[in-house]
Write a protein that binds this ligand. Structure first.
Ligand code: NAD
Length: 402
């Protein structure tokens, strides 16, 4: 009997639609290797423009540049960086797969719709963080690295003095004192970058193991003993108790005035970021001080005054920068890294032109959100259940990843 022909997979790279989003899911350099999955790689017109990749760059790399509607019609797998617009997602067919950072816990109703459509939805923000074979697919880490680096650059640009110690004929300029709150991927990258720029750096985290990582980068550790060892496994912090939270807010408020720049990076996937600096803490900072809040977003941030993608200067001259999507401001580096994450995940999940769904696989159990008409991801299913039975849920503040 003749062997069944291998199905040729058509991959489609969407143009991002969120405002200020400049990244693209796949860069031209990665197109050739994607063609191993199937001969056709489609790119929506202008998809790479924000990261300075022209349509011609994609054509030279072997892709076909098409309109959005043709891409929707022909692609088996649609690739994006952030969540495509709800309109795009609702136009998907049951034989299609969508891959991106979908943040399923933030919009359970959309996840329910995708399940009803029979779509296979794959979310890179669910890649297990501590599994070594999953590291090349870890988009949260690749993008957090970009954010941590850029946070220091943004802070330095807004600061009214030098970062390093400078000795000139006109005198000695003291180095900036920088405090990094949260020492996950973004925080550690911020610490390393600030060190390289010559600042005096202190890091703080509620997880005990993060302290060693802070020290290994040559930074000081800010000790707040009452809330130490708040690890929840998998590298994540647990939610603090009310008493711990009150203590932490008070203790940070007492310490923060020593610093010229504060970079806050504590984020909880699918949950509300913990508040680390209240208004009174910001009021204690010296005029000219800068606070960059990487957690700033629709559900608040780590810093009381920060607003998503906005800068506030207080009456005392403290600059508070809400910087929830810094990777989009370094689009080329962020897209190159994301591109590698996507490619590795696709090669893990697809075989002979089809998605091979295996929810016993630890990686797939983390990333496959809907399949075969069901919400197959446990935490996403619980969120959908909660929102449909209780009529709505607020993102919780917790240290539990999904
Ligand atoms: P994240 O963005 O969720 O949080 C950033 C940091 O904020 C974390 O270190 C967390 O402990 C801290 N934090 C949370 N609540 C806090 C609070 N109230 N006060 C102070 N700090 C608080 O974390 P992430 O960067 O996505 O990383 C998650 C974990 O996964 C980290 O431990 C990271 O090292 C780990 N990780 C490990 C690997 C690996 O082993 N290869 C790869 C990637 C990430």
């Amino acid at each position: 009997m003749a062997e069944a022909p291998v199905q040729a997979l058509t991959v489609g790279i969407l143009k991002e639609t969120a405002s200020e989003e400049r990244r693209v899911a796949v860069v031209p350099a990665a197109v050739e290797s994607l063609r191993e999955l199937g001969p056709a790689v489609l790119v929506e017109t202008g998809a790479g423009a924000g990261a300075h990749y022209s349509d011609d760059d994609y054509v030279s790399a072997g892709a076909e540049v098409v309109s959005a509607s043709e891409l929707h019609e022909r692609a088996d797998v649609l690739l994006s960086v952030t969540r495509p617009s709800s309109e795009i997602l609702r136009r998907l067919r049951s034989d299609q797969t969508v891959v991106g950072m979908l943040q399923p816990l933030n919009d359970p109703l959309l996840i329910r719709d995708l399940a009803d459509l029979g779509v296979t939805a794959v979310s890179l923000d669910g890649v297990p963080r501590t599994l070594s074979r999953a590291q090349p697919m870890d988009a949260l880490s690749s993008q957090a690295n970009v954010a941590g680096y850029k946070a220091v650059i943004v802070a330095a640009a807004a600061y009214d003095r030098y970062l390093p110690l400078l000795m000139t004929a006109a005198g000695v300029a003291r180095p900036a004192e920088i405090l990094v709150l949260g020492a996950g991927v973004a925080g550690l990258q911020a610490i390393a970058t600030a060190n390289r720029l010559g600042a005096v750096v202190t890091g703080y985290d509620v997880r005990h193991e993060a302290r060693e990582e802070i020290r290994s980068l040559g930074a000081e550790v800010l000790e707040l003993p009452e809330v130490e060892s708040a690890g929840a496994g998998g590298g994540y912090a647990r939610a603090l108790t009310d008493a711990e939270r009150r203590f932490q807010l008070g203790a940070l408020s007492d310490q923060v005035h020593r610093f010229d720049i504060v970079i806050a990076t504590a984020q909880v996937p699918g949950g509300r970021p913990p508040l680390l600096l209240e208004e009174d803490a910001i009021a204690r900072l010296r005029p000219g001080a800068v606070v960059v809040d990487l957690a700033a977003g629709p559900y608040g941030g780590n810093v009381a005054l920060s607003r998503s993608d906005d800068t506030v200067v207080t009456d005392r001259g403290v600059t508070v920068i809400g910087a929830g999507n810094l990777p989009a401001t370094v689009p080329r580096a962020a897209s190159e890294a994301y591109s590698r994450n996507v490619r590795t995940l696709l090669f893990h999940m697809f075989s002979e032109g089809r998605p091979v769904i295996d929810l016993d696989d630890e990686i797939q159990a983390g990333v496959v959100i809907t399949h075969g008409g069901r919400v197959v991801h446990h935490a996403a299913a619980a969120a959908v259940e909660a929102v449909t039975t209780a009529g709505g849920v607020e993102p919780h503040e917790s240290g539990t990843p999904y």
